[in-house]
Design a protein around this ligand. Structure first.
Ligand SMILES: [Zn+2]
Ligand SMILES: [Zn+2]
Length: 329
């Protein structure tokens, strides 16, 4: 079932229609779809580069009408709408760490949620200095917000409650979802967080960006779904230090060029992330039902969905899904 569904999805992407403006792609993934709680892959692209028909990291969790988001990389707001969700319904945003592919649309998301009619308090959670970052965005947005207040009588922006997190803890429980977090390992960004959502019918854990860590096994233990970041590499890259640490850079893909040191990028990718095989190991140790590989970067060209899934399955015999933008799981 997974294979047939994957082939169809790739066909859609090649057809060029899936990412057209306003497109809504109602992909429903595998056996896990259908319950009240749904996981929406808004963006699956890793790293600060743009393009390639793929948006940066962001996920939505919906429980009936309740909407929550994890991370808001570039394209998150647009993808939220393409997923058929309403920015003004956003209750809480959880940021895993302060890399731009996870937080660059913090201000954008707040603005368009407000413009669309957000009047309820918005909760924002993340590592320090998320309070100062939010305040800076709000200061930058104030002239634009003030114009609409006067010009069309738009309601003022409601309260935004920002909570900084830097240790494993219970984060919030609003009676619909209970969210906990743990600290993962993503040098040099400290702290970097993983989150777990427990809803009445489902549990979903998010690794954020991290090397393989026992804390993630503990956070995800017994969960229905683990969304784990992953890299795909081979012995040539790791032993010979070949390439730039990102096949998109190696291939000269527009939007993926780096101005920094290629060897430093390679060191970062190998030293701060998780190989697909190890994501499978984490999933197996945690005893989850479904592993979703998202925020994926291949260090070698030509890696297919099937190769990613096979790598994760070396140590995990549950369901493995290779994430694409706008999947619903
Ligand atoms: Zn990232
Ligand atoms: Zn990162």
């Amino acid at each position: 079932m997974t294979k047939q569904w994957k082939v169809n999805r790739r066909g859609l992407l090649r057809g060029g229609g899936a990412l057209a403006a306003g497109a809504v792609v109602p992909w429903a993934a595998g056996a896990a779809a259908g319950g009240t709680t749904k996981l929406h892959i808004l963006g699956s692209r890793a790293g600060p580069s743009v393009g390639g028909g793929q948006y940066q990291t962001s996920y939505a969790v919906t429980v009936g009408d309740a909407l929550y988001m994890v991370d808001c990389g570039y394209g998150a707001t647009e993808q939220l709408v393409r997923a058929g969700l309403r920015p003004q319904d956003l209750r809480d945003l959880f940021i895993t760490h302060h890399h731009p592919d996870h937080n660059i649309e913090l201000g954008t998301l707040i603005y368009f949620a407000w413009y669309a009619g957000l009047v309820k308090p918005l909760g924002i959670y993340g590592p320090p200095p998320v309070k100062a970052m939010t305040q800076s965005y709000l200061a930058a947005l104030k002239p634009d917000i003030d114009i609409w207040l006067d010009d069309i009588g738009h309601p003022p922006l409601g309260p935004i409650d920002v909570t900084e997190l830097s240790r494993p803890q219970d984060v919030m429980d609003d009676g619909t979802v209970k969210v906990t977090c743990t600290v993962v390992n993503h040098p040099p960004v400290v702290p970097a967080l993983g989150y777990r959502f427990d809803t009445p019918d489902r549990s979903i854990a998010f690794s954020g960006d991290t090397t393989p860590v026992p804390a993630m096994v503990e956070l995800a233990r017994g969960a229905d779904v683990l969304v784990h970041e992953a890299i795909y590499t081979d012995d040539n890259v790791t032993a010979n230090r070949s390439g730039n640490g990102d096949a998109r850079v190696d291939s000269g893909e527009s939007g993926s060029a780096i101005a920094g040191d290629a060897q430093k990028l390679l060191d970062h990718v190998l030293g701060s992330h998780t190989k697909a095989e190890d994501a499978g190991r984490i999933a197996a140790e945690a005893g989850v039902k479904t592993l979703v590989l998202a925020h994926t970067v291949s260090l070698v060209p030509g890696v297919t969905d099937g190769m990613w899934i096979a790598a994760a399955r070396k140590h995990f015999d549950g369901e493995v899904i290779y994430a694409h933008d706008l999947m619903v799981i």
